[in-house]
Design a protein around this ligand. Structure first.
Ligand code: DC
Length: 202
């Protein structure tokens, strides 16, 4: 039986970690939809046309090594404002969402545009400073020499672009439950999410 959990929120709010944990808890499949935009962004950095790259995207493109870096993140946020790019990625995401056995999708517009009928919609957020600090520690652990100030500027720039674009801007769906992780660690945020999902499943 399909059961869709939509998890949206700004960059580095913890939605990736939370989505993986939720999917593992329920034995659902998980799709990090940001990877689709990152994969398109990387191709554009290599000279491809954004719309053609989105239309030609294949599963192997999501395994490319450099998708997690900040160049890919910025490129993703830039291609994500193009309506034709977004349109080219809709069918894949919707088919994934309705697969048998349940699915968790995380992104920016899952509850509002991709899966407006999702059984559960969560909006995961945290202050920009908290998100930037988490992303900074993550990048530093991966050997990057970025500064805190650069990461905060990057987070704010992406927030601004993601929230203010005309097509599918980042915002909570009217019926989404918001979880603010500024003061919550992952186990506490996961407990809240499970509470909401268990209620929807009963
Ligand atoms: O979640 P992420 O940081 O990997 O996403 C990278 C960018 O992709 C993000 O800044 C905006 C875009 N994106 C989007 O527009 N819609 C989604 N569903 C997921 C990501």
């Amino acid at each position: 039986m399909p059961f869709t959990i939509a998890i949206d929120g700004p960059a580095a709010a913890g939605k990736g970690t939370l989505s993986k944990a939720v999917a593992a808890h329920y034995g659902f499949a998980h799709l990090d939809t940001g990877l689709l935009y990152r994969a398109v962004g990387i191709k554009v950095l290599a000279g491809a046309d954004p719309v053609a790259a989105a239309k030609a995207l294949v599963a192997e493109d999501l395994d490319s090594g450099d998708l997690r870096g900040s160049d890919a993140a910025q490129a993703a946020s830039r291609v994500a404002v193009i309506p034709e790019v977004r349109a080219a990625l809709v069918d894949f995401q919707r088919a994934f969402a309705r697969r048998d056995g349940g699915a968790v999708l995380d992104g920016r517009d899952i509850g509002t545009v991709i899966c407006p009928d999702a059984e559960v919609k969560l909006f995961i957020t945290a202050s920009a400073e908290t998100r930037a600090e988490r992303r900074f520690l993550e990048l530093r652990d991966r050997g990057s020499d970025v500064t805190r100030e650069q990461v905060l500027a990057d987070v704010k720039e992406r927030d601004d672009r993601d929230m203010n674009r005309a097509d599918a801007p980042l915002k909570p769906a009217d019926d989404a439950i918001t979880i603010d992780t500024t003061e919550l660690d992952i186990p506490a945020a996961l407990a809240k999410a499970i509470d909401v999902i268990d209620q929807a499943r009963s």
